[in-house]
Design a binder for this molecule. Structure first.
Ligand SMILES: [Zn+2]
Ligand SMILES: [Zn+2]
Length: 335
């Protein structure tokens, strides 16, 4: 029987089970947010917007708060960015470095060093690979940290430096709160949705065989992902993935919108890849993405996220039920 993926996801409090391979599975299928359900279900949408966990919190509000704090306390004034000077560029690089280690590192410390949740809700029962020739330094976590903190961080900072320079020199359109308060707020709500739309299509693109073979294969070495796998990408993939912010070069926005968009994209993958089904921290923090884990496990499904049902519209959705029980696609992962 096929479950309706356009119904609100249950709060993941029920215990899951392990299949014959020892893989942990939630007892319910992956579902989409009700935003695009038809006929429109206004009450469900309101509930989804404000409930915990829902659209706003914890994830989007947490990322918004991080962006607001970094904007007020750590961002160089835009006027200062009119010339490429080491001072403000280094300030941004170091701020992003600290932010990345705090965010990715917190999940890693809790789940993989302290192992505070054990293997409870861990999709793959194995810990990250060690002494494996597949990974740099023969170690999956060190490999992932190299690509995430060493390489992706540079691309992240590069986008930020160039875009701030463009804002400072009025080469891209701005938007002020005082003149356009409605648009100012609308941007903030639209950014997570725009991110999903962009991610889906970029992700479909890099699954095109030549790009997969030379670029995206690197991220997919992580069939058993951990927090640091989030941005463990070939630099070409990172450039494509973070090109989500290029919309700000064309559509008028405030530099804060750009910062929120960029940090949402740069930090979000930590919770999408850490490999555990929340809630964690004694059941208090809903986190984890079974939807994206299924992509790492089965490769050719679930390219997007769970708010905008692009995978459902384009026939690439897999709900996680045993094969044949739901709207699953055929096939195990390829080599
Ligand atoms: Zn991934
Ligand atoms: Zn992929």
């Amino acid at each position: 029987m096929s479950a309706d993926p356009l119904t609100p996801a249950p709060v993941p409090s029920e215990p899951g089970f392990r299949n014959a391979k020892g893989e942990w599975r939630p007892p319910y299928p992956v579902r989409y947010a009700p935003l695009f359900a038809w006929p429109l279900r206004a009450l469900d949408i309101l509930r989804w917007l404000f409930r915990y966990p829902g659209f706003l919190w914890p994830t989007n509000l947490l990322l918004f708060a991080i962006s607001a704090v970094s904007w007020y306390f750590t961002q160089p004034a835009v006027a200062r960015c009119a010339h490429f000077e080491a001072g403000w560029m280094l300030q941004i690089y170091l701020r992003n470095l600290v932010m990345m280690w705090l965010f990715y590192g917190a999940y890693h410390l809790h789940l993989y060093i302290r192992k505070a949740e054990g293997t409870k809700g861990k999709y793959d029962p194995h810990w990250p690979a060690q002494d494996s020739r597949l990974f740099l330094f023969r170690d999956q976590v060190y490999d992932n940290i190299f690509w995430t903190s060493g390489v992706a961080l540079l691309v992240w900072t590069g986008y930020e430096v160039v875009t701030l320079w463009l804002y400072a020199n009025h080469r891209i359109p701005g938007l002020e709160w005082a003149a356009h308060p409605v648009w100012f707020v609308a941007w903030i709500f639209l950014i997570p949705l725009w991110r999903e739309f962009h991610f889906y299509w970029v992700h479909r693109l890099i699954h095109w065989k030549p790009l997969y073979k030379h670029v995206h294969y690197l991220h997919h070495k992580n069939t058993n992902p951990n927090a640091w796998s989030g941005m463990a990408m070939h630099p070409v993939e990172t450039i494509l993935y973070l090109s989500v912010v290029l919309i700000h070069w064309v559509v008028p926005s405030h530099p804060f919108h750009f910062l929120f968009d960029l940090q949402h994209a740069a930090l979000g993958p930590a919770s999408g890849h850490h490999g555990f089904e929340g809630p964690i921290l004694k059941g208090k923090l809903p986190t984890g993405s079974y939807f994206h884990y299924l992509h790492h496990r089965y490769f050719e499904c679930n390219y997007g996220e769970t708010t905008v049902p692009l995978d459902r519209w384009f026939g690439t959705f897999r709900d996680g039920l045993p094969d044949g029980a739901g709207s699953n696609l055929a096939g195990e992962h390829r080599d």
